[in-house]
Design a protein around this ligand. Structure first.
Ligand SMILES: Nc1ncnc2c1ncn2[C@@H]1O[C@H](COP(=O)(O)OP(=O)(O)OP(=O)(O)O)[C@@H](O)[C@H]1O
Length: 257
């Protein structure tokens, strides 16, 4: 069997007296788009932060591309860092940098390209997310919500990652922009052969993109399966999320407009 791109084993996380994860196991094979779903505060974002090494669990092991997350010297860790891109929940662009500088940031940080190459790469990444070269000069505050997401995605793709982590990529977008962004992620996934972890509360985003659904509930992954097989699970969270209040909340929101 091929080595999983991400392998989590026995992850335990505690914030003060609050136990968030207790025995999280998850293996993500290459090429999958795994939707990570769970209730508010169940620890999805924290798990993503563990995967990218921003935070550390109290126990358990994390392997990326078959290697322990913190293994090796600085150069090896930097090389591993180049292999994944992250789209944070609110885009998280650097507000003091323009769009071009934001996209260039990981390239400069890694020191892997000349300024001339960086300028060409910024133009290429902008075109990949369907933005114009002129958008490079705009400041984040001048962008619409959809453009912030696109610019942040361009930055996440700057180092040509194999793994993309997306935290609520369509949250805050209106339905048209959301559909367009889903289509963009789908195209990039196909063209770049990406493996994707997607945190989302949005059923349309999930249904359109996910090849597998991982359910974080009861402090662990209680199911990791196709959407079809997930839908028939009896777990209370699954019932609520796919058949219950989220649907009713959506319907109520629709009535308000
Ligand atoms: N650095 C921290 N210090 C203390 N508590 C934290 C920290 N980070 C997260 N938490 C707590 O851990 C829990 C899980 O947070 P997390 O953001 O991972 O959940 P989530 O599943 O992504 O939630 P949501 O769907 O609402 O975004 C929450 O109760 C949160 O308050």
């Amino acid at each position: 069997m091929n080595t999983p791109v991400i392998e989590l084993q026995g992850i335990r996380t505690r914030f003060r007296d609050q136990l968030i994860h207790d025995g999280v196991d998850l293996a993500v094979p290459a090429g999958e788009i795994v939707a990570l779903v769970g209730g508010s505060g169940s620890g999805k974002t924290t798990l993503m932060r563990h995967i990218i090494g921003l935070t550390h669990p109290e126990a358990g092991s994390i392997r990326l591309f078959g290697e322990a997350l913190h293994a090796g010297q600085l150069a090896e860790r930097m090389a591993r860092r180049r292999r994944f891109g992250v789209l944070f929940q609110h885009g998280a662009l650097f507000s003091a940098f323009n769009v071009g500088e934001n996209i260039a940031f990981p390239l400069r940080e890694q020191g892997v390209a000349s300024e001339e190459e960086i300028a060409a790469l910024v133009r290429l990444k902008l075109s990949m997310v369907e933005m114009e070269p002129a958008h490079a000069a705009l400041m984040p505050a001048e962008l619409s919500g959809g453009m912030v997401k696109r610019a942040a995605l361009a930055r996440a793709l700057a180092l040509e990652p194999e793994l993309l982590l997306l935290d609520e990529p369509t949250a805050g977008l209106d339905p048209d922009r959301s559909v367009a962004f889903i289509e963009l992620i789908r195209t990039l996934h196909r063209q770049l052969h990406l493996t994707v972890i997607l945190i989302t509360h949005d059923l349309d985003t999930l249904a359109a993109l996910a090849t597998r659904v991982a359910i974080l509930a009861d402090k662990r992954i209680v199911s990791h399966d196709t959407l079809e097989r997930t839908l028939v699970l009896e777990h209370p969270f699954v019932q609520r999320f796919f058949h219950g209040h989220y649907r009713r909340a959506e319907a109520a929101a629709g009535e308000d407009h």
